[in-house]
Design a protein around this ligand. Structure first.
Ligand SMILES: *[C@@H]1O[C@H](CO)[C@@H](O)[C@H](O)[C@H]1NC(C)=O
Ligand SMILES: *[C@@H]1O[C@H](CO)[C@@H](O)[C@H](O)[C@H]1NC(C)=O
Ligand SMILES: *[C@@H]1O[C@H](CO)[C@@H](O)[C@H](O)[C@H]1NC(C)=O
Length: 804
């Protein structure tokens, strides 16, 4: 290949030689870059020089200024040969014609020939770019069709051998547009054919090739390096369209709820994402959103009961304000932070004690603001009350009674209701309901005792306090206010109210009149206690009044007849032996017990040794045999005393005639006391005179009465039983032989024309079984006062003895 090429070059050189033969001056045309030694032309021949003389004439090639000897002369052949490399580009650069001027110098004679060597260009240079690579920074926002000028490539060669064309490596975005400047210089432009996308491809590299027109063609390349600059053409993109988070309520501040993130494909400030809430409302002040990190944190107290979920729009913005949006959903989960609250919706207060078991007393409502199990509430009530809670419709409970109420036992209830929720840990609260029980008049007054006894000594003052009764009624106020009253009844045919009265308020029983033991010894009344309810309830009690005896009656001598009535004379046979019963003094005492226990004494006698009297029998007996010397007329004064304290007594006189024949009896009036016998004589005389005077007066009165009441039969003894001839009243309380009192004795009716105002007009048959004589006798009023001291402080009040 190289051979043929040289042959061609030679051919060209010869053509030049042929075209420009010159005398004096020669011109040659040679391609550049001929090998050293190559023959440019035969100068000797061309100049007609003598070949043999060349060396002698010291033919040589000179240059005017060049130091470099490009050519030389072969003195043997006369050939002009290449001595140094001839580079057209080095000699002439871009000049269109490049002539290398040489001179042939000959001496002897000096001869000078100009040699013009026209150096022809060969394509020995490739197009070349200034740099190895071209850098472009192009905004991705550049429009299609935008142009970017490229550096041109340089080629040392000229003409056709210079840069003729460019080609661009195939790529997605750019095309090449080749343009020509003045001087036929060609350069290229990059034309944006398809928009750039930094995010798609940030760096683009492709090769630009410049071609010259030589043959063979040469080329040069440059790498075009396009950096796509960012344009804020990307909005930030959230990683999720909806962020969901769940958070327990009451979470402390700064608790991290969730982190949102958005990415922006842009760079620098265009890719800097700032987070924020889309718009500010109350809701999102509860949370904070860190603009840089996207952390959502708790900013304020979160209450599930106020808001159970939050929905917010959040935005992500880049530096130039492109934004996108996402939804943030935060579900709040419930914490058991609310205790149940108990509301008393209604209450019947007070409740009457007679409500039937199961009656509804109140309605209770329980509320818990928490939800689910945290809001499930159980209600309970303390155990020891007769109430219970009955669940009603949702969260409502009825408070009902479980048993019979009794105000008198429990009048107030503090009912504690406890409500507990089912959270974990559970919360509870309690409420105390005060309930009072209203009274119903369900209790009758009850006397403290089953019966009462009152003891009073006779001859009491009217109005004196006997006793008091008390009844209790546990009911309230007027239902428990007790009023006492006597139940109507009769005592001995007279209304009880004429005997006793009871203080309605205090229950103190007073005597209305004076009681006389000898009239009656006891009686019973019924006292009623009634409350003030409506209707009232009542109960009654028996009060037995026992009248105790006072020694207020003197013994009453029945035989011999009281003095002044008549002188009765007993006959004593002269032959009577000692111990013979001569007569008997009969006396009674209206009192009872000791007060009626009589004793007989002879206080005066004609002959003190002759007669004796039984201390308790009143029997007069002879003490010794009667003798002739004894006075015929004997006179005894007998005193009868009771055993009361102080004792009362009565005296009587008895006349005894010691005689066997009544005819011997001297006149009664001759019977007189023996002057020497007793100092009593003078008293007796006074007594006899006064008795006689009294007797006469009595006779006159009797006659007067008789005259006035002629039709009325005069009864000396007008009782049920007349005194028998023996002068002993039947059932007379006598003293038996042993000298002890009989435990039971009776008074029967005696009527007498009595000489005393206190003579009995009436004695009811009284069987004293209820008052044993020994008991009455043993106890004095002061004894009773000791035992029953607090019954009544009044000395007049008889003791209250509970006979039950
Ligand atoms: C009920 O509670 C009140 C006040 O706390 C108290 O005064 C009262 O004695 C209580 N009643 C009962 C029956 O416990
Ligand atoms: C007394 O009882 C009656 C019913 O028997 C009742 O209506 C009344 O309220 C009660 N009085 C008082 C003061 O509690
Ligand atoms: C007194 O009470 C008794 C029972 O306590 C009763 O049998 C009687 O009838 C009552 N008498 C009067 C007069 O109320």
């Amino acid at each position: 290949m190289g051979c043929s090429r040289f042959a061609l070059l030679y051919g060209v050189a010869f053509i030049f030689l042929g075209l420009h033969p010159g005398y004096g001056d020669v011109s040659y045309s040679i391609p550049e870059e001929m090998k050293r030694g190559s023959v440019i032309g035969n100068i000797a021949k061309d100049l007609g020089l003598d070949l043999g003389r060349l060396s002698a004439r010291k033919a040589r090639i000179d240059t005017e200024d060049n130091v470099v000897k490009y050519c030389g002369v072969n003195l043997n052949t006369g050939d002009l040969i290449v001595q140094e490399r001839i580079d057209r580009e080095g000699l002439c650069a871009k000049k269109a014609s490049c002539v290398l001027k040489q001179e042939l110098v000959l001496e002897n004679p000096l001869e000078l020939h100009r040699i013009n060597i026209r150096v022809q260009d060969i394509n020995d240079n490739s197009p070349q770019f200034k740099e190895e690579s071209l850098h472009f920074e192009i905004r991705e926002s550049a429009d299609k069709g935008e142009r970017f000028q490229l550096d041109e490539a340089h080629d040392g060669d000229i003409g056709e051998n210079a840069v003729q064309s460019y080609t661009l490596q195939e790529n997605d975005h750019f095309k090449l547009n080749v343009k020509t400047k003045g001087g036929d210089r060609k350069y290229g432009e990059l034309v944006l054919d398809k928009e750039l996308d930094r995010e798609g491809k940030k760096e683009i590299m492709f090769v630009l090739t410049a071609f010259d027109g030589g043959s063979p063609q040469r080329s040069g390349t440059v790498v075009i390096h396009v950096t796509v600059l960012d344009a804020n053409d990307n909005v930030p993109v959230f990683s999720q369209a909806v962020y969901e988070a769940s958070l327990p309520e009451n979470s402390p501040q700064d608790t991290l709820v969730i982190r949102v993130s958005a990415t922006d494909a842009d760079e620098g400030i265009n890719g800097e994402v700032t987070y924020g809430f889309d718009h500010v409302s109350d809701e999102n002040q509860v949370f904070s959103l860190d603009p840089k990190t996207g952390e959502v944190k708790v900013a304020r107290y979160i209450d599930y009961e106020k808001e159970s979920s939050y929905e917010m729009q959040i935005s992500a913005k880049d530096g130039l304000g492109l934004a996108s949006y996402a939804t943030l959903l935060i579900e709040i989960t419930d914490i058991n932070d609310n205790a149940p609250v108990i509301y008393l919706k209604s209450l019947t207060n007070p409740i009457p004690e007679n409500v039937s078991p199961g009656a509804e007393v109140g309605i209770i409502n329980v509320q818990d603001r928490d939800s689910e199990t945290n809001g499930q509430v159980r209600c309970s009530i303390q155990q020891n009350v007769p109430f219970k809670l009955v669940p009603s419709i949702k969260n409502y409970y009825s408070l009902v009674t479980t048993g019979q109420l009794d105000r008198e036992l429990v009048s107030d209830y503090n009912i504690t209701i406890t409500a507990t929720d089912e959270g974990s840990p559970p919360l509870s609260s309690s409420k105390t309901v005060q309930l009072s029980v209203a009274d119903i008049n369900d209790n009758a007054p009850v006397f403290e005792e089953q019966s009462y006894s009152a003891y009073v000594t006779e001859n009491n003052k009217p109005g004196s306090t006997l006793c008091s009764v008390t009844a209790q009624d546990p009911d309230w106020r007027q239902n428990g206010t007790v009023i006492y009253s006597l139940l109507p009844g009769e005592v001995n045919g007279a209304p009880v109210s004429s005997y006793l009265s009871v203080n309605g308020d205090t229950g103190v029983i007073h005597a209305v009149r004076t009681f006389d033991y000898e009239q009656f010894r006891s009686f019973k009344v019924h006292v009623m206690a009634r409350d003030n309810g409506s209707p009232p309830l009542s109960s009654n009690v028996t009060v037995s009044v026992f009248i105790s005896d006072v020694n207020d009656n003197s013994p009453q001598i029945l035989y011999p007849a009281p003095e002044g009535n008549s002188f009765m004379t007993e006959l004593v046979p002269k032959a009577a032996h000692g111990g013979s019963l001569v007569s008997k003094v009969i006396a009674v005492d209206a009192d009872s017990g000791q007060n009626a226990w009589l004793s007989y004494h002879i206080v005066k006698s004609t002959d003190p040794g002759l007669f004796t009297i039984g201390l308790h029998s009143g029997e007069i007996r002879t003490q010794r045999d009667i003798s002739e010397s004894d006075s015929m007329k004997q006179n005894l004064v007998v005193s009868v005393k009771d055993n009361g304290q102080p004792s009362l007594s009565a005296t009587c006189s008895m006349y005894l005639l010691i005689s066997d024949n009544l005819a011997e009896v001297p006149e009664l009036k001759d019977i007189s006391y023996d002057e020497k016998n007793s100092k009593l004589t003078s008293y007796l005389i006074i007594a006899l005179v006064s008795v006689s005077t009294f007797f006469l007066t009595f006779i006159i009165i009797i006659l007067g009465v008789r005259f006035c009441n002629r039709r009325k039969p005069r009864l000396l003894f007008d009782g049920a039983v007349a005194i028998p001839s023996a002068y002993l009243p039947p059932n007379y309380a006598d003293v038996d032989g042993t000298g002890t009192l009989r435990s039971a004795y009776n008074y029967d009716a005696y009527l007498t024309t009595g000489s005393r105002t206190s003579d009995f007009k009436f004695v009811s048959s009284f069987n004293d079984n209820t008052l044993p004589a020994d008991q009455t006798l043993r106890k004095s009023p002061s004894d009773f006062a000791e035992v029953f001291g607090d019954c009544d402080s009044s000395p007049e009040v008889g003791p209250c003895i509970i006979s039950s």
